[in-house]
Design a binder for this molecule. Structure first.
Ligand code: ACO
Length: 426
């Protein structure tokens, strides 16, 4: 028997049966209820309980703390994969075999350089421009260099532009970083892998050949894997929404970068570090917690719209913190973070609201230990999330169910008034 939801409106005596499929009802079916001349709709700011697409990319069970890419648990991918292998998985649905991976790595390596004219654009930014602003503007500018990105219905053109964007993001990020430091740019080196090359473009100085500690390269791979996708989050929703009006990947990714820049989303790890610096020492943690409970401040890096359990990514990052500190030495703020976490896991305020550490709680400490300034932290999120955005973009473009994004509103303003001439206004 088909699963249905019966709805009755006593005020008008109307009744309807709505089909339940995949634990959802179709919101448009509610329109059959006429409420004083208005079709019935749902009100859902922030999409708290509204599915906007079918997706086969990332699965999350927030109550159980489960995250899977294409069915593979995140912990297994973080243990065994490289970031590019995971990017391939997100885009193609299957892990690559050895030949496919080599070919994909070569394709990405080929597209790492930036167009020369874009370097002139980069030079025009103020010396203290936030690197996320540079990233957002430059990714949008890519469309003027690669206008074939509008041929997104052609799989070949789509693949080429996805590869270009994934390949160029680290180069763009490294150039933005070195510009802020007034250091000359370091061009990509084809002999390095994706993460090693990124570290070289960032940190190479006068040495003939930059060689990063393999443990740091691995930590970078793991961080990139953990941040690669997270189903319909704020920035992915921005990407899909901008794609819905028929946009190229670059314009959509630029919107995603803008969404990610906010402190409630990708900017949270920068905010965590600021918070840890303000608390400074373990003995000041109880006072800070009192402030959180009084609603004066939020505990950054805690809480999540979807996870009502320990964020599985936070567990993996906590382990990476230790690996990185083995190489770089321990950051004393780690003790402050651990004490905050201890309170967070025990105190009734957090327990009742099911607030747990999220991916950002420990990642800032790693980034700082690797030598990144806080304003680069969100950039380090945007680089790997590009593969997720690209996979979601591709899924959107090829999904016949999708339409231009156009939510409804409940209008609360004035209605039909006569124009008031200037001299008659208060
Ligand atoms: N510190 C203190 N209290 C919090 C926190 C927090 N970090 N997060 C939520 N709460 C409280 C709220 O005050 C609210 O309490 P109330 O019921 O007494 O009013 C309750 O928990 C529910 O919070 P909402 O804001 O309604 O939850 P929502 O799902 O909308 O927000 C969010 C999720 C934005 C992530 C929130 O938890 C937050 O601001 N966290 C801090 C910022 C952060 O770490 N963001 C990174 C998220 S992960 C990512 O984007 C990669």
């Amino acid at each position: 028997m088909a699963d249905i939801l019966q709805i009755r409106r006593p005020a008008s005596g109307t009744e309807a049966e709505l089909a339940i499929t995949e634990a959802t009802i179709r919101a448009t079916e509610l329109r059959q209820f006429d409420i004083s001349g208005e079709p019935l709709a749902t009100f859902d700011p922030g999409f708290m309980n509204t599915a906007v697409c079918h997706s086969a990319i990332t699965y999350i069970d927030g109550d159980a703390g489960v995250l899977e890419y294409r069915g593979y648990p995140i912990a297994e991918l973080a243990e065994h994969s490289t970031y590019l292998e995971v990017a391939y998985l997100l885009l193609n649905g299957e892990l690559p075999n050895a030949a496919q991976l080599t070919q994909w790595e070569q394709q990405v390596t080929e597209h790492r350089t930036l167009p020369d004219k874009l370097k002139t654009v980069l030079a025009g930014f103020p010396y203290d421009a936030h690197p996320m602003t540079i990233l957002m503007a430059s990714v949008a500018a890519f469309y003027s260099f690669y206008p074939d990105a509008r041929n997104f219905d052609d799989p070949e053109a789509r693949d080429l532009n996805i590869t270009r964007l994934i390949a160029k993001m680290p180069t763009l990020a490294a150039f933005a970083y070195r510009k802020a430091k007034a250091r000359p740019y370091v061009n990509p080196d084809d002999s390095y892998g994706y993460c090693h090359n990124f570290l070289a473009m960032l940190f190479k100085q006068a040495e003939r050949r930059y060689v990063a500690d393999p443990r740091l390269i691995r930590a970078m791979e793991v961080l990139f894997i953990l941040h690669a996708d997270h189903e319909q989050n704020c920035s992915t929703n921005a990407v899909r929404s901008v794609a819905s009006s028929g946009n190229d990947l670059y314009t959509c990714a630029s919107a995603g970068i803008g969404a990610l820049h906010g402190p409630l989303h990708g900017g949270a790890n920068e905010a965590v570090l600021k918070m840890l610096r303000e608390i400074r020492t373990v003995d000041r943690v109880p006072e800070f917690i009192e402030g959180v409970k009084a609603g004066k401040v939020r505990m950054m890096g805690f809480g999540h719209r979807v996870y009502k359990n320990y964020d599985p990514r936070a567990k993996i990052i906590k382990k990476s913190v230790e690996d990185v500190f083995e190489v770089t030495g321990v950051n004393p703020l780690l003790e402050v973070a651990k004490e905050l976490e201890r309170y967070g896991l025990e105190d009734e305020y957090f327990v009742k609201r099911r607030l747990y550490p999220n991916v950002d709680f420990y990642s800032g400490l790693i980034y700082e230990a690797l030598g990144f300034p806080p304003e680069m932290f969100t950039v380090l999120f945007a680089i790997p999330r590009t593969s997720g955005w690209a996979a979601q973009y591709q899924e959107f473009i090829t999904d016949p169910e999708q339409k231009i994004a156009r939510p409804k509103q409940i209008y609360t303003g004035s209605r039909t008034r006569s124009y008031v001439p200037m001299e008659e206004r208060d």
